[in-house]
Design a protein around this ligand. Structure first.
Ligand code: CTP
Ligand code: MG
Length: 230
């Protein structure tokens, strides 16, 4: 039996969603996207704490949404940093004494318990594991004028999702290295890779989509039917 805490950065804007409301706070099937995401992790018995990192108005919103949180696990809403990696680094101070830390996009509410558990087991053994799906399109690398410079071997291409799960000691060490070097990373696995640790890819589910563009709210409808209205 292992213990796990979850960090959810929730500071994004609503611009690409064409919404005044930041994406995690858009309503979907009666609740905000962030509430659905938190609920997915609450179904995992190993989860000790869920730390939501955000700032300003959205911090107030998050605190209101999760103020009535009598049941386990604890949901903690904290002030993020000026950039994503500082937000995660702040949240890392608040995860408590756990074996594993999962980092999960606020706008991926369709993650399944089975996949969280599978990814956690791999992270326990290896140190770092992420959910991903195999690319179905061929990936082209292009130059500044959009001429193809390389065609990647599709069999080796995986699209990273979240959660990305790490042993806490590894994540702490990778973050302290990254903050020293002042490099920017787009996901947490690449920061851990850069620190020299192996990261394993676990096949996930194509329904674990990130709600980014207005069209994604349409794509969500059949997924809601399949996963939430059974
Ligand atoms: N983030 C953060 N702290 C900040 C700024 C951003 O934790 N100071 C997080 C956001 O919560 C989000 C990610 O970093 O998970 C990307 O942020 P941003 O690009 O600002 O948001 P969006 O464009 O809305 O989201 P994304 O790029 O992930 O689609
Ligand atoms: Mg962005």
């Amino acid at each position: 039996m292992f213990t796990l805490s979850v960090i959810i950065p929730a500071a994004g804007s609503g611009i690409r969603m064409k919404s005044d409301v930041p994406k995690p706070f858009i309503k979907l099937h009666q609740k905000t996207v962030l509430e659905h995401t938190v609920e997915a992790f609450k179904q995992v018995p190993q989860v000790q704490r869920i730390v939501i990192a955000t700032s300003g108005d959205t911090l107030e919103k998050a605190r209101t949404l999760f103020s009535d949180n009598g049941s386990e696990p604890e949901v903690l809403c904290i002030e993020g940093g000026s950039e994503r990696q500082y937000s995660i680094s702040n949240a890392l101070q608040k995860v408590g004494d756990v074996d594993l830390v999962a980092i999960h996009d606020a706008v991926r509410p369709f993650v399944r318990v089975k996949d969280i558990l599978e990814c956690s087991e791999a992270a326990l053994g290896i140190g770092a594991a992420i959910l991903a799906v195999k690319a179905s399109d061929t990936i082209k690398v292009v130059d500044d004028s959009a001429f193809v410079t390389e065609t990647l071997d599709r069999g080796k291409i995986w699209l990273a999702q979240t959660p990305q799960i790490f042993r806490k000691d590894i994540l702490l060490s990778a973050y302290s290295k990254a903050l020293e070097s002042d490099l920017a990373f787009t996901d947490d696995a690449s920061l851990v890779e850069h620190a020299g640790y192996p990261v394993k890819v676990i096949p996930g589910d194509s329904r674990n989509i990130k709600l980014t563009y207005p069209n994604d709210m349409q794509r969500a409808k059949p997924i809601i039917k399949e996963l939430w209205q059974k």
